[in-house]
Structures are given as C-alpha cells and as structure tokens.
Write a protein that binds this ligand. Structure first.
Ligand SMILES: Cc1cc2nc3c(=O)[nH]c(=O)nc-3n(C[C@H](O)[C@H](O)[C@H](O)COP(=O)(O)OP(=O)(O)OC[C@H]3O[C@@H](n4cnc5c(N)ncnc54)[C@H](O)[C@@H]3O)c2cc1C
Length: 297
C-alpha cells in the first residue's frame, strides 16, 4: 500500500521505518547523477524520502525540482524540507502552496541557520524567528499535511541547556508537529537519553533517529562542525587506525541500527548525501534487514 502522509505510514506498520535524506543538486549534471544513484538504490526497500531546502530564488527552485525527481523515481511519501531563512510569511505561503501542488503532503518545518559569517539568526522582514511559527503556518494553511520538526539528541548549539532544548521541542509538537527527525548522532546513548527526556516532557509523536554513515574521519569532522554532535573516542580511534575506513564506519553504523531497533526506535533516517554506495555495501545489508523485513534483493 502506498501512503502520501508519513503518519499514515508510521501508524500502518509495526516495524521501524527506513527513510533517506537527499539534498538538491546544483545543476543539470548533478540531477542526472542523483537520478542514477537513486536507480542503483532501488534494491533497498525504503519507506520514504526527504529533500533538504536551500533558501533563495534558484536554490529554492532546485529544492522543488529535486522533490519532483524523488516523486518521479517512485518515492512515496516524500517530505519537503522548508526553512524560514530569508522568507516573509507571504513567501512561505507561496512555497507551501507549490509543495502542495506537487502532491506532497509532508513538510519538515525548520528555522534554518544564520547565513555563513553571521552569528545569530535574524528573521526576514515579515518572517518567522522560530520553527514553531512555521509549524503553525503550515497546519493552518494545509491541515491535510503532516509536519515534521528537528530534534537534537546532543542539544541545539544555541540552546542554553538540555532542559530548555527539550522544552522548545515540546513547543514545536504543541504547535502541531506530527513527528520528529533528529540531528545525526554517533553516540547512541545520547539519542536514547534524548528520547527518554522528550517522552517525559510529553513529546508523544514518533521520533525518527537521524544517522549518517561515518565512512571517513574527515567526512565526520565536516558533518559535525558548528554542532554539538560528539564523535565517540572509540569511533575516532577505529577510523584513524582502519585499513578500510568505509568498512569500519559502516560496522559502527550497523551497531547503531541494531541497538536502536532493539530499543524500539520508530524509524531510521539515513543522511546518505546522495550516495548509493554505503547503502548497498554488504556491511549494511544485515542491519537494514532488521528494519521491517527489509532485504537487499
Ligand atoms: C532533521 C533536520 C533537517 C534539517 N534540514 C535542513 C534543511 O533542509 N535546510 C536547512 O537550511 N537546515 C536544515 N536543518 C538545520 C536547521 O535549520 C538548524 O539546525 C537550525 O539552526 C535550527 O532549526 P530548527 O528548526 O531546529 O529551529 P528552532 O526549533 O526554531 O530552534 C532553533 C533554536 O532556537 C531555540 N528556540 C526555539 N523556539 C524558541 C522560542 N520560541 N523562543 C526562544 N528560543 C527558541 C531552540 O531551542 C534552538 O536553540 C536541519 C536540521 C535537522 C535536525
């Protein structure tokens, strides 16, 4: 059965879901490469896919074009990310309408980061300062859409402490969010503590665990820059001593997935950076098979 809304899918299945996150290519060649990567990923049964959002004229158009590609390649549900960066309320209303017109019924509502070189987030004129404002906007404009929000197992860098970070997350759920997808993490204990605190604070929606294949130390450093994401010493040591860092990193990811499945995670959301290779690696096949009867054909 095919679903258009993530919540329909999550409530219809009794196993953790597998979802993939893509980013919009910058040109036509990139779109061709992405189409080829998705084609190669097809043997891996995924439940849904999302595409990140780049604010501003052409970047927004590339995000929308990438969403069209995901639909064309057969993903359903598809989640469109949307940020408040540089957009007035009217701009956001227009973008929500364009996403809805594509047939997409899921929006990941985000505030976005300050532009490079700026220390603090400044809302656009007539725009929003917090993701919770965008959640409310989408829900009021399109009650037929699901809304996801970001969660931070190791705290958002601007949050003064864990308690206020969790309280803000609860605020986004109270504003109408239907599910949470987390920032990537390599320390599974951090996710489990976060989930426990969120549930204790009254966050009653599914929490999807965001994981990125840690296939090189350099890649990890890039991914965690400017965040509070920690790289466990054991992972750092294993990668720095590994003859085959890809194999070593994927073994770490496999361990994370196995543990999360044992701990009853709602879903695994993989930040795969548009690459088919880690997904198809034999190392991941067994871990992925734990996710609702998933198997590599
Ligand atoms: C799963 C996921 C997907 C992402 N996708 C994208 C993407 O597609 N494009 C992109 O540009 N970025 C993306 N990001 C990055 C995201 O935009 C940044 O992490 C950003 O800094 C915060 O966005 P947010 O939606 O969590 O903001 P918010 O929930 O608004 O939180 C930002 C900060 O403000 C605080 N805060 C929240 N509400 C209030 C309030 N009412 N009063 C005072 N403080 C408050 C929070 O505690 C937090 O410290 C993604 C992040 C994640 C985890």
């Amino acid at each position: 059965m095919r679903f258009t809304r993530v919540t329909e899918l999550l409530s219809a299945v009794s196993r953790p879901t597998l979802s993939l996150e893509f980013y919009p290519p910058k040109d036509l060649v990139g779109f061709g490469v992405l189409g080829g990567a998705i084609e190669r990923m097809k043997p891996v049964r995924t439940d849904f896919a999302s595409c990140t959002y780049g604010a501003g004229g052409s970047r927004r158009d590339f995000s929308l074009a990438a969403l069209e590609l995901l639909l064309k390649m057969g993903f359903s549900p598809v989640i469109a990310h949307l940020t408040c960066v540089g957009s007035s309320r009217a701009d956001l209303e227009e973008t929500v309408a364009r996403i809805h017109a594509l047939g997409i019924r899921n929006i990941m509502a985000l505030r976005g980061d300050p532009p490079q070189g700026e220390a603090a987030f400044v809302p656009a004129a007539g725009g929003f300062a917090h993701a919770s404002d965008l959640v409310r906007l989408v829900k009021s404009l399109r009650p037929d859409m699901d809304v996801g929000v970001a969660g931070y197992p190791e705290c958002h860098p601007e949050s003064p402490d864990v308690a206020s970070d969790i309280a803000r997350l609860k605020g986004k759920v109270d504003a109408g969010a239907d599910f949470v997808t987390t920032q990537l993490f390599y320390d599974t204990d951090a996710f489990l503590r976060f989930r426990q605190r969120a549930v204790a604070a009254g966050v009653a929606v599914p929490i999807l665990a965001g994981l990125m294949p840690p296939t090189s130390l350099k890649g990890i450093e890039r991914a965690v820059a400017l965040s509070r994401v920690t790289v466990p010493d054991a992972l750092r040591k294993a990668l720095s001593e590994a003859a085959d860092p890809e194999e070593t990193g994927l073994a770490w990811l496999e361990g994370q997935i196995e543990r999360l499945v044992r701990e009853g995670v709602a879903g695994i959301h993989l930040y795969i950076l548009n690459r088919a290779r880690p997904l198809l690696h034999p190392r991941l096949a067994r871990a992925l098979s734990l996710l609702r009867g998933n198997s590599i054909a």
